[in-house]
Design a protein around this ligand. Structure first.
Ligand code: DC
Length: 236
């Protein structure tokens, strides 16, 4: 049980670029406060992955849009991941969605305005009863009324280094320069697109985690929530 009691329906938005640590932070905050966590990147990853399964080229936007309704209809979000429902069977596809390839594909479908619109209701529906949500446009577009918004960054080199050490820890072959180049490309696409680009919401708190530990970041966020009286200790 959590040692914290949060205000009913509390929505916490955490945005930031790839590798800024927002997924890890969102998961830690969610577990500390016993709130559901939605990693919204997984939804875009799912659409890109589903297109690949259906042999739909991401260069053909109309083809992606034609499979979109079906894809979203078959998508099931659970706090532990994303499932594909086919008939009565639900298949956990989360690990496929975590691949580098799925990330690159996600960034392409995420630049398609109609994909973003289609995923908006899905995200808001999940957030209804309170949640921690991480992504690129949560504070600006998806949950503009979230009670607490954070914009998490770290230098590009540090983000590449984190990704590199994650891959190394998994025993995968990883090249720091290649990862840095891919990250740069992803940043450009995510910040440069016309529709809901990655940007800090005016009322978001900017946290640069380049030289902070994840625990420091969590502590900082919990302090803000307490100060704003969005949560309190169960013994208070
Ligand atoms: O956070 P991630 O790496 O799983 O996200 C994958 C891609 O999806 C990323 O390139 C940007 C996009 N994305 C987005 O545009 N909006 C979101 N709310 C979440 C992710």
């Amino acid at each position: 049980m959590s040692q914290w009691q949060v205000n009913q329906g509390l929505q916490i938005a955490i945005d930031g670029p790839s590798g800024s640590g927002k997924g890890t932070i969102a998961a830690l905050i969610g577990s500390e406060l016993a709130l559901p966590v939605l990693d919204t990147g997984l939804l875009y990853r799912y659409v890109g992955w589903r297109a690949e399964e259906k042999n739909v080229s991401l260069d053909d936007e109309n083809a992606v849009l034609s499979m979109l309704d079906d894809a979203i209809h078959g998508m099931v979000w659970k706090p532990e991941g994303i499932y594909l429902r086919e008939g009565n069977v639900e298949k956990d596809c989360t690990s496929s969605l975590r691949s580098e390839n799925a990330g690159a594909r996600a960034s392409k479908v995420a630049a398609m305005p109609q994909v973003r619109v289609a995923l908006l209701d899905v995200q808001r529906d999940i957030a209804k009863l309170g949640c921690v949500m991480d992504g690129r446009d949560i504070g600006t577009v998806v949950l503009p009324d979230a009670q607490a918004k954070f914009y998490l960054t770290a230098s590009q080199r540090e983000r590449a280094r984190r990704r590199w050490s994650q891959l190394k820890a998994k025993g995968e072959d990883a090249d720091l320069d290649r990862i840095a180049a891919e990250l740069r490309e992803r940043d450009e696409r995510d910040t440069g697109r016309d529709c809901a680009p990655l940007e800090k919401a005016v009322d978001a708190i900017h946290i640069d985690s380049t030289i902070m530990t994840m625990d420091d970041v969590v502590e900082r966020i919990l302090n803000v929530l307490q100060r704003r009286k969005l949560m309190k200790g169960t013994d208070e």
